[in-house]
Ligand binder design. Structure first.
Ligand code: ADP
Ligand code: TRP
Length: 325
């Protein structure tokens, strides 16, 4: 029997290469060897989005992004979190065994407080409980996530253990998958991880002119063109390395080390590589966007498949907890 891998992605705007390498590609790569589940975490987005039209548009966008980047709905169960009431239902049940202190120790919550987030909500506080429900409902073995989400998967594991301890063996304990080399893709400022909130991203589906601006805006040091450069401290080189083959990376490394090669040229090479790498996905996305009916069908059918599993788990949860007559 194949093991199960699952991940969720918040519909929160256009994806960048950090989202792709850290969260989208890992699950797409598992499609052959695992039973894969991907869902659009629209309920989680409600912690930040307060506009129906925006949430709706972002949901369609992220679905298009995934299909364009290689998610195959024949092999992956692809659905919308809010289509299954089981997510919210299990989240409540889990919240009743979740220690307050565990939530207080969650990095994302602590960061929100530390950065002076105005009027933090209960939803933001219990965010990891809903995420645990997302994972445990499907008895997932593996959860590919970026580094910042790792702790949330650990929390899911803690809650599964706690529930099993109280009510009897019910949930599988999930493991996170965060490959070290892509755990935190650096942003164009060369300083922070690439993130929408730092405005240091290179987007996958931005128009070419915009992409050019993002790449040309990568921060570099002031080594003059003629001088040799250190590839290992340079952000253009780092980002190029995420996309290029080993011989291509070696070739660029040599150029850096031998001097007479400016950062401007390196950025042009990166732009070319970027367009070559994402060209097919960019074209596919344009085609898919012409047929939103197909997109709706994919998500509907994914929701039906997900429902079978989620409702089976909930049946057990209801029995174990006494929520049955
Ligand atoms: P952002 O920081 O741009 O708002 P999200 O928080 O929406 O991105 O992250 C969506 C997914 O992409 C998460 O699984 C997250 O861990 C992953 N991710 C985001 N930024 C990066 C990055 N720079 N490197 C690796 N993974 C990332
Ligand atoms: N919290 C994740 C993020 O911000 C999205 C998410 C929601 C998720 N539920 C999940 C990821 C379950 C993995 C598993 O990116």
């Amino acid at each position: 029997m194949k093991k199960r891998a699952l991940t969720g992605v918040k519909p929160s705007g256009t994806p960048h290469i950090g989202n792709y390498l850290g969260a989208m590609k890992p699950i797409i790569d598992l499609q052959n060897d695992y039973e894969t589940f991907v869902f659009i975490a629209d309920l989680h987005s409600l912690t930040t989005v307060r506009n129906a039209e925006e949430l709706h548009r972002n949901t369609l966008d992220v679905a298009l992004d995934f299909l364009a980047l290689g998610l195959d709905p024949e092999r992956t169960v692809f659905y919308r979190q809010s289509d299954l009431h089981e997510h919210s239902e299990l989240a409540w049940i889990l919240s009743c065994i979740t220690p307050f202190g565990l939530m207080e120790r969650a990095h994302a919550w602590k960061d929100a407080l530390a950065t002076g987030k105005k009027d933090p909500t209960v939803g933001l506080f219990t965010y990891p409980v809903l995420m645990a429900a997302d994972i445990l409902l499907y008895q997932a073995d593996l959860v590919p996530v970026g580094k910042d989400q790792k702790q949330h998967v650990e929390i899911a594991r803690d809650l599964a253990e706690k529930f099993n301890g109280i009510f009897g063996e019910t949930f599988k304990l999930p493991e996170e998958m965060t490959p070290e080399e892509i755990a935190s893709i650096v942003g164009t400022d060369g300083e922070h991880k690439m993130s929408k909130s730092y405005n240091n991203t290179i987007q996958i589906f931005a128009p070419e002119e915009e992409l050019k601006k993002q790449i040309m805006g990568i921060k570099t040091d002031s080594t003059p063109v003629e001088a040799p450069k250190d590839p290992d401290t340079d952000t253009v080189f780092k980002i190029y390395s995420y996309l290029a083959t080993p011989p291509e990376i070696e070739n660029l490394r040599d150029k850096y080390l031998s001097g007479g090669f400016g950062y401007g040229e390196a950025k042009k090479m990166l732009l070319t590589k970027y367009l070559e790498h994402f060209g097919p996905a960019r074209e596919k996305r344009i085609e898919l966007a012409k047929n939103l009916g197909y997109l709706g069908d994919v998500l509907k059918s994914g929701g039906e498949k997900a429902k079978k599993i989620a409702s089976g788990t909930m049946e057990q949860v209801r029995q174990r907890t006494g929520l049955i007559l």
